[in-house]
Design a protein around this ligand. Structure first.
Ligand SMILES: C[S@@+](CC[C@H](N)C(=O)[O-])C[C@H]1O[C@@H](n2cnc3c(N)ncnc32)[C@H](O)[C@@H]1O
Length: 213
């Protein structure tokens, strides 16, 4: 194993519960055996994409992150685990419009976008960038799956998430749990619709967003 291959505890713990949701949602939306193009925004270490790629051999995965150390880690996962369906990671800053990304993706390039644990640990401009990019890059009928802790209709629950939100804001006042109502407005602005919410372990949620036809 190369020294660049990072392993963090959070993705080790949540990769299986998230995979189980994907194993329900993806066949339901696209059929059991569809060949699909997926983009992961803010892949981090690469633990998720490596895990999901093995479970979905017919999906071609494009991982990405803004941080060079994660790009190196993802490359090492791809090489060590011989992940033929995972493309080399791209350095994407989600606050930048898609026409300024290092790789050019025509509109409608992806069936699926996955984004795990970014929205609350980043300024709101990242949320805006994620939805506006997804609205261009998803095919009509394509979906974006986001995972993390959220506020629901103005309420953060339980107390541990209230404390987590306060701790995020003490690190950076632009960070914090996003409210599903604000996300829904952002989706609507970008021709997308809130489709489903799944309750996950440790008071997290998986949200599914649909690009309108
Ligand atoms: C909490 S980590 C989550 C990483 C991974 N998805 C996971 O769940 O393990 C947040 C990630 O967002 C990335 N990130 C922060 N700002 C970003 C931006 N503007 N554009 C793209 N990625 C960004 C960080 O580099 C980091 O990998």
């Amino acid at each position: 194993m190369s020294g660049d291959k990072l392993v963090l505890e959070a993705p080790e713990l949540n990769k299986d519960p998230i995979l189980k949701i994907l194993q329900d949602v993806i066949p339901e939306k696209f059929g059991a055996d569809a060949t699909l193009q997926a983009l992961e925004i803010s892949s981090g270490t690469g633990q998720h994409v490596a895990y999901f790629a093995k479970a979905f051999p017919k999906i071609s995965w494009q991982p990405s992150d803004i941080d060079e150390k994660y790009i190196e880690s993802i490359k090492t996962y791809i090489a060590d685990e011989k992940l033929a369906s995972v493309k080399p990671p791209v350095r994407i800053d989600i606050t930048k419009p898609v026409n300024e990304w290092p790789e050019m993706y025509p509109d409608g390039s992806f069936d699926l976008i996955v984004n795990i644990n970014l929205l609350h640990i980043s300024p709101w401009v990242c949320t805006e960038g994620l939805f506006s990019s997804a609205s261009k890059l998803l095919k009509p009928g394509g979906i974006m799956v986001t995972y993390g802790p959220y506020a629901i209709h103005g309420e953060i629950m339980p107390e541990s998430n209230v404390a987590f939100n306060a701790s995020l804001k003490s690190q950076n006042e632009e960070w914090g749990l996003r409210d599903i109502d604000d996300l829904e407005k952002e989706a609507k602005k970008n021709g997308m619709t809130f489709d489903a919410m799944f309750h996950m372990p440790a008071n997290n949620k998986t949200l599914v967003w649909l690009r309108n036809e």
